[in-house]
Design a protein around this ligand. Structure first.
Ligand code: TYM
Length: 344
């Protein structure tokens, strides 16, 4: 009898808030094309997570076509432009698959208040918010991540290093549930890319590049004008230490150059040590020019595919409806198991 081994499952997601950044790209998306060869992949558009920072001013309103907002179609087109192959992988909108919010509630009974209070991202967001109330959802956010992941028999989760602590909590929740009810959930491994897993702000390389940064010179957006990207990289902060070997990877003493080397390595797939060698005797200005060229080339390619795909909304909607059906088919089995075991 033919014994066909099923591929392991990889799950990942991004919040569709604002425009995606070079950080999102280097931390995960640059690997999406290749990872589909190895694993069966689920790419989630995490719109329920995006509600945690939802503005009630009405500015989130945008046109809706068959349940798909402009923002969702933008992100779907960007996922595809970065190499997601809908014939091979599942790409879907989190809020369209009801199993996520149901498992979320169940899992919230298996997480402690203290554990969620220790989440660094939550603490950071809390410290930035003065005199405004904090949503409960912001606090519970990692539990929803646990539901997303555990519904799909996920073996691997690809994320940037800022999500590591959340993923460790997901592992803990799965272990805790399994220790009471038997092996219901697979405990997923965390996949963090060796380079690019934490891209830093261009003008302040001690903090993470983020789409919500008030200083837009800190962030490169994937759909930004190419000339503007070029200028931002040219103006990016390097380090004052201009000793013999200027272009070297040293996060502590040369955070600016180290960050640019990480970006260069992601764009070219060249090891950092090879790049250090290549630019050993170069001035910062030459290094930055080469870097700007490779970043702009890569992003131009993505944008060319994006703008073409974005015109065909019917195609994007078809892809998402197909993904939604597949995601539901997979996740409903796991939710049924959980309901049965809890006598629900
Ligand atoms: P989000 O939308 O904040 O970020 C999406 C992915 O991009 C990575 N990332 C970065 N990587 C390197 N450098 C940066 N500067 C940078 N900024 C962001 C993040 O680590 C992440 O991998 N909660 C998640 C979305 C999510 C999810 C999931 C992820 C929802 N459910 C299940 C994995 C599995 C989030 O807000 O990511």
């Amino acid at each position: 009898m033919l014994n066909i081994k099923k591929k392991d499952i990889m799950f990942t997601g991004i919040q569709p808030t604002g425009l995606l950044t070079l950080g999102n790209y280097c931390g995960t998306m640059c690997n999406w094309k290749d990872i589909q060869k190895k694993y069966e992949c689920f790419f989630c558009i995490a719109d329920l997570h995006a509600l945690t920072t939802f503005s009630r001013s009405g500015s989130n309103k945008n046109s809706i076509k068959n349940n798909f907002s402009t923002a969702i179609l933008d992100i779907a087109a960007l996922y595809l432009s970065c190499g997601v192959d809908p014939n091979r992988s599942t790409i879907f909108v989190q809020s369209h698959v009801y199993t996520h919010s149901q498992l979320y509630w169940i899992l919230s009974n298996f997480v402690y208040f203290g554990e969620l209070s220790r989440m660094t991202q939550f603490k950071q967001k809390l410290s930035l918010t003065v005199n405004t109330p904090i949503n409960l959802s912001l606090f519970c956010y990692p539990v929803l991540m646990a539901a997303d992941i555990l519904l799909y028999h996920t073996n691997y989760v690809l994320v940037g290093s800022d999500q590591k602590q959340h993923l460790e909590l997901v592992q803990k929740i799965a272990h805790r549930f399994n220790s009471i009810y038997g092996n219901i959930f697979i405990v997923p491994d965390i996949l963090i890319l060796p380079v690019g897993n934490k891209i830093m702000a261009l003008q302040d390389p001690t903090k993470k590049m983020s789409k919500s940064d008030k200083n837009t010179n800190n962030t490169i957006f994937l759909l930004e004008n190419i000339h503007s990207i070029y200028l931002k990289l040219q103006r990016s902060l390097t380090d004052s230490d201009c000793s013999s070997s200027c272009i070297r990877y040293d996060i502590l003493n040369k955070p600016g150059v180290s960050n640019l080397l990480s970006i260069f390595s992601c764009m070219t797939n060249k090891k950092i040590s090879i790049l250090e060698d290549e630019f050993k005797n170069c001035q910062y200005s030459i290094f930055k020019k080469k870097l700007s060229d490779v970043v702009c080339d890569t992003i131009s390619e993505i944008q060319a595919i994006y703008f073409k795909l974005r015109q065909d909304e019917d195609y994007l909607i078809d892809v998402l409806i197909h993904g939604e059906k597949n995601a539901l088919k997979y996740s409903i089995n796991k939710l049924d198991d959980v309901f049965q075991i809890l006598n629900l």
